[in-house]
Design a protein around this ligand. Sequence first.
Ligand SMILES: [Zn+2]
Length: 144
Amino acid sequence: MGVMTRTPPPSPLDPAIAARLKRSTDGLVPAIAQQYDTGEVLMLGWMNDEALHRTLTTGRCTYWSRSRQEYWVKGDTSGHVQHVKSVALDCDADTVLVKVDQVGAACHTGARTCFDADVIKSAVSGEDAASAEDAGSDVPPLGQ
Ligand SMILES: [Zn+2]
């Protein structure tokens, strides 16, 4: 495989996948990056169809930057590359989970994950755990 060019030829996402994706009004789906072997939740980015296509086909995590309005290949500037191991849609097809092998820090701050530095609750108490479980089981099933 050669080096990615700045303007790759148009390469539409597999129509079978595109048909299932539920995008936000701006055409994006949130993409969670998880370290494939340790299970660490690394970061969250956004993908449009083309970013997902590139992620599926290049082996490198590619996101859409909402602030810069451009594609962003993780690690191109930082060296903190994400090698794609697997890609999954969630049950509603509105979130992407990318299992990756993260080189170095996932967060632009230099932290291993985006969630290391700002822990607002460090453990779940028994009572909270019980109520969280109840809330989960109270969700009614969708019509069949
Ligand atoms: Zn971060």
